[in-house]
Design a binder for this molecule. Structure first.
Ligand code: ADP
Ligand code: ASP
Ligand code: MG
Length: 423
């Protein structure tokens, strides 16, 4: 039997916490599992390293960024390993490259392309606990160190659980499960006992930071169940799974089972999220002709910018306006790409707005419930929150609003859709 356990930044934030993580790991080994540990950097270290780099350069090299930020995780793995050795367990640490985690060369947001498990398996076959640095890999093309995007240790853990065909993948973090909203923002947020990969992917993509979206995608594609648990308290957690499990199965697997589970199941909306890492670009005076949108978005694609919401208004006098959102971290790259078009068509003007946020409600089947969208819009308007953009899909509705209303919007939407539904 094999388990992959992952510890996030706050769970390994200092020596005391590292010893605690080692104890949890050792308990797994003692109960008969082969154990692979994936560790993040100590909380705050990645941000600290990035701020040093920004002080030196605004337009830093992404290769050097990866080389730098990967060191946070690299520094933690020998500490956890030594803590395990002190507890009387054999253990060995491996960097991403040593663990055979190969990626593309897309620095700062690389994707895992393959994993050669030979070295990890060798460590495990020697009876040792294998401690792997999360968040990092090595480009199979250039041999450079890469990182998987912020929060990427989650992805390392689930990807390893998938290739190693682990029996369990446990994500230890600073909350005791996945909630209906960020519990730091909404006091009466409810802990979910189970959530499907599909819904979790949507929550994560729309800002619920507790799991990185890419890790949920791995879980979905390779059918890996992910258990989200607190590293600081011994409490049942939330299981992310696509299997149908009854409350008996869940209790047996150590999952939190809500007393009012029947009411929870009636909830159409599973969660409310917010994402402040968005910026809006508005292009005015676009010539209203076929191919203009294709031209803009192919420039953005070439610059590797992830565009999210898009609105184009109806043209007037042969001119149209177009707004779209991009991650804040990609705003400058996006504007540079847009400026190449403005250089060719100087009548176009571009305006950027960083003070926006996206709030979303998520739930499978919400479209078959009449009135969900209108209730969302009415709730926001009742609190004086103006909606700048809207996007809908079968599983979510998102609104872009002024950033200063983010917390208020999440709370009032949670009140109406979740607290109100459970009663
Ligand atoms: P780690 O360092 O362990 O990876 P993160 O900070 O990345 O932890 O993610 C955990 C945080 O996610 C929590 O502290 C919580 O504030 C936040 N969070 C946001 N939305 C949710 C949610 N729906 N359920 C639980 N936690 C959430
Ligand atoms: N240390 C990285 C970050 O802060 C990766 C992670 O914690 O998962 O984003
Ligand atoms: Mg995280």
């Amino acid at each position: 039997m094999l388990v992959v356990v992952k510890f996030g930044g706050t769970s390994v934030a200092n020596v005391e916490r590292i010893k605690n993580a080692a104890q949890k790991t050792a308990a797994k080994k003692a109960s008969g599992y082969d154990v692979v540990v994936v560790s993040s950097a100590m909380a705050g270290i990645t941000d600290q390293l990035i701020s040093y780099l920004r002080e030196i350069s605004k337009g830093y090299s992404l290769r050097e960024y990866d080389q730098l930020v990967s060191t946070g995780e690299t520094a933690n793995i020998p500490l956890i390993t030594q803590a395990l050795i002190e507890l009387g367990y054999e253990a060995e640490s491996l960097t991403g490259a040593q663990a055979g985690i190969y990626t593309d060369s897309n620095h700062s947001k690389a994707r895992i392309t393959s994993i050669n498990t030979e070295r990890i398996r060798k460590v495990l076959s020697e009876g040792k606990i294998c401690v792997v640095a999360g968040f990092q890999g090595i480009s199979s093309i250039s041999g450079n160190v890469t990182t998987l995007g912020r929060g990427g240790s989650d992805t390392t853990a689930v990807a390893l659980a998938a290739v190693l065909k682990a029996d369990l993948c446990e994500i230890y973090t600073d909350v005791d499960g996945v909630y209906t909203a960020d519990p730091r923002l909404v006091r009466d947020a409810k802990k979910l006992s189970v959530i499907s990969h599909e819904e979790m992917l949507e929550l994560a993509s729309l800002g619920a930071k507790v799991l990185m979206p890419r890790c949920v995608e791995f879980g979905m594609n390779y059918n890996v169940d992910i258990m989200v648990l607190s590293s600081l308290e011994d409490k049942p957690g939330t299981l992310v799974t696509s299997k149908e499990l009854n409350s008996g199965d869940l209790r047996q697997r150590g999952v939190y089972v809500e007393e009012k589970i029947e009411n929870m199941e009636k909830m159409v909306i599973k969660g409310v999220t917010s994402d402040k890492n968005q910026a809006k670009i508005t292009l005015r005076e676009l010539p209203d002709r076929p191919g203009i949108a294709a031209d803009i978005f192919s420039r953005l694609t070439k610059a590797n910018v992830n565009v999210d919401m898009i609105i184009q208004n109806i043209a007037k006098d042969g001119r149209a306006n177009l707004s779209f959102t991009v991650p804040k971290t990609e705003l400058n790259t996006a504007l540079t790409a847009v400026n190449t078009l403005i250089a060719e068509i100087p009548e176009i003007s571009a305006e950027a707005d960083e003070d926006i946020a996206k709030v979303s409600i998520v739930g499978v089947g919400m479209l078959s419930h009449v009135g969900v969208a209108s209730t969302m819009f009415q709730t926001l308007s009742k609190h004086g929150i103006n909606i700048l953009m809207i996007s809908t899909s079968e599983i979510k509705i998102s609104c872009v609003i002024d950033e200063k209303f983010t917390e208020l919007a999440v709370r009032v939407l949670h009140d109406v859709f979740i607290s109100g539904a459970i009663g």
